[in-house]
Design a binder for this molecule. Structure first.
Ligand code: GTP
Ligand code: MG
Length: 333
């Protein structure tokens, strides 16, 4: 291998297609840094994507998401399927390096050429983490990975966009994740496709299963009942059952023709989420850079200008939007 050979658009796309680790690592770094080359490469590769199965693994901090992914990767590798892992940490501005060892706990797989693991932080992405995750996911998909795991910390809000590209979403809880149970109950957290209650060695694990089950029975309409699996990630206990449930969900989606529908909805949702994040970043920057726009905010604060007039002026200046049409209709009604 040459000591330093920088990739061109063509060679990078070709390297990703071939599943070359160096090309993959480079492409994802470019994605992370919002480099124009990443944009071009994903654009070239996009028509070849759609064959990887994306499994989102979400849940509160420290429940054992990474440990479970590590155990699942081992299981899937026994079936000779290639794997990508993207671990997203919405709270961290850092990526890679120290976090890999720490947060990802996938060190056992570093030597396996069929496993590609990457962690990502939130560094200054215009389209937010959703954009970085989506692009990284597409790169791994184009590289021919059979399964891609997306890990994200959270219990209901920011991780939603990250996990929204997944075909199957697994929520990991452990005894003591009471806040998440409340969030599920209140409908703040979306019902996942599969639930793993990890650290089953803990005495309160069974109680947790009952609590979750009682919440799920409230939902009588859904055709899919999320299975609940007790796991122990460190010893790999019931990880095969967890994988069976993930596969069962996939089979359910495929048999009902729902997978295609879900992917279409997910992609449309991602485009919308990334566009919204970019629009918000653009708006914030425009207001910060423009004394005229900041003056409008001052006027609102001094009660010289009402808030919605300021909104209309700001949107008009930044996005050339006007809502006059809507107001006219409202007035004539
Ligand atoms: N007793 C027990 N400990 C576990 C189990 N699974 C994970 N752990 C431990 O729990 C801690 C957190 O595990 P991680 O896999 O890093 O959890 P995580 O959800 O990925 O954590 P963050 O990414 O930091 O949110 C580690 O110290 C693990 O060794 C389990 O099944 N039983
Ligand atoms: Mg983790």
């Amino acid at each position: 291998m040459a000591a330093r050979r920088d990739f061109t658009r063509e060679s990078l796309a070709a390297g990703v297609r071939a599943g070359d680790r160096r090309a993959l690592a480079r492409a994802i770094t470019l994605v992370e840094n919002s480099e124009p080359l990443a944009y071009d490469v994903v654009r070239d590769l996009y028509p070849e994507t759609g064959s990887a199965y994306a499994v989102g693994i979400t849940g509160p901090p420290g429940v054992g998401k990474s440990s479970l992914i590590s155990a699942l990767v081992r299981h899937v590798r026994e079936q000779d399927r290639s794997v990508g892992v993207i671990s997203v940490d919405p709270s961290s501005p850092f990526s890679k390096g120290a976090l890999l060892g720490d947060r990802i706990r996938l060190t056992d797989h570093f030597l396996d050429p069929e496993v590609f693991i990457r962690s990502m932080g939130t560094r200054g992405h215009l389209g937010g983490l959703a954009e970085a995750t989506l692009q990284a996911m597409l790169v791994l998909d184009a590289a021919g990975k059979d399964i891609v795991f997306l890990e994200t910390v959270g219990a209901g809000q920011g991780e939603v966009e990250v996990i929204a590209i997944a075909d199957t979403v697994v929520l990991v809880l452990m005894p003591g994740s009471g806040d998440s149970i409340q969030a599920l109950k209140a409908g703040i957290m979306e019902i996942p496709d599969v639930i793993a209650i990890n650290k089953m060695d803990h005495p309160a694990a069974k109680t947790m299963v009952n609590e979750v089950r009682s919440i799920l029975t409230l939902d009588k309409e859904s055709a899919w009942r999320p299975p609940i699996v007790l796991t122990e990630a460190m010893r790999g206990e019931n990880v095969d059952t967890l994988w069976e449930k993930i596969e069962a969900h996939r089979a359910f989606l495929e048999s009902e023709g729902l997978l295609e529908q879900r992917r279409r909805e997910n992609l449309a949702g991602e485009v919308f989420a990334v566009a919204s994040a970019r629009a918000k970043a653009h708006l914030e920057r425009a207001v910060a850079d423009d004394p005229e726009l900041r003056r409008l905010l001052d006027e609102v604060q001094r009660r010289e200008l009402d808030p919605l007039t300021a909104v209309r002026e700001i949107l008009g200046r930044v996005f050339k939007l006007s809502d006059d049409g809507d107001n006219d209709t409202a007035r004539t009604e």
